[in-house]
Design a protein around this ligand. Sequence first.
Ligand code: SAM
Ligand code: SF4
Length: 334
Amino acid sequence: MSSTRPLIDQFGRTITYLRLSVTDRCDLRCTYCMPERQTFLPRKEVLSLEELHKLALGFIERGVTKIRLTGGEPLVRRDMIELVRALGRNLGQGLEELTLTTNATQLAQHADDLYVAGVRRVNVSLDTLDRATFAQLTRRDSLPQVLEGIAAAQAAGLAVKLNAVALKGVNEAEIPALVEWAHGQGMELTLIEVMPLGEVEGDRFDQYLPLSAVREDLEARYTLTPSPHRSGGPARYVDVAETGGRLGFITPLTGNFCEGCNRVRVTATGQLYACLGGTEQVDLRAALRGDNPDAALSAALDQAMRIKPERHHFVIDQLGAAPALARHMSATGG
Ligand code: SAM
Ligand code: SF4
């Protein structure tokens, strides 16, 4: 099903990548992501399995070749595997890659089903290997389940990529150990700067650790060679001679990457956000629930292409306790 009308924005960028949030709920409470007492959406607000499927097909028809399911925690949604199975049937027919981002607490139960449905790679978010730090950071003592989930995914044949948010005074000292562990297990690791999304308890500036500083620190320890490897996303990579592995850096704050943006995000309520760091939004749920949903969805995607901004405007400074955007990453789909 190749696209006759690709999604091209007003800056000439072709959108081929959809990040689709299937729930805003989560079984962890990472301190940089959400407060302990997060208010979740009433279920009727959230798209049904059928709506999510229809929406994804609408994107595939318009040339989207990669879909990442995310959340919240995608694996806490009960019908998640059904959605993966349904979308997996489009692999090789317009869709080239179906993947997900998960905290891995429930990955052990689902790894085989994901593989059978056609998933070949998953991103796992893991910021620390220390059980006490994990419990403090996520407010849940779930590190053993996460490690079990990662091992099960690898055993099922899934390639696992780790993402870690660099947090000042939290996992800062542990980053070299994380690099060595990930590479030792045959996994790529990408470090991410914390972004000012949503109210959390505490000040963002306290959490913010610029990756430029982390990189300098790693350079003093290892031989880092810039890699030409590109994942189609904002990460820039180096090869680490000592571990033989690859390390990525995603630097929304210290380096802007918007020029090559190929993606849009859709929340679990069907709100398309044209930019993670912006407020430009199109209501796809209204299109899906109205008359003639196919035409309305396609028209809504055209509208998204008209409003996608040229770049984000994140800033974290010492004055900035307030979030740059009121919505959390868990709502937008990280
Ligand atoms: N629950 C899943 C997980 O943690 O992998 C998927 C959703 S989560 C919102 C996706 C990613 O966003 C995670 O890697 C998480 O670390 C990251 N994230 C959440 N809030 C963030 C923030 N304020 N700044 C940077 N990354 C953030
Ligand atoms: Fe949940 Fe992922 Fe947010 Fe952590 S980062 S609270 S695992 S959604």
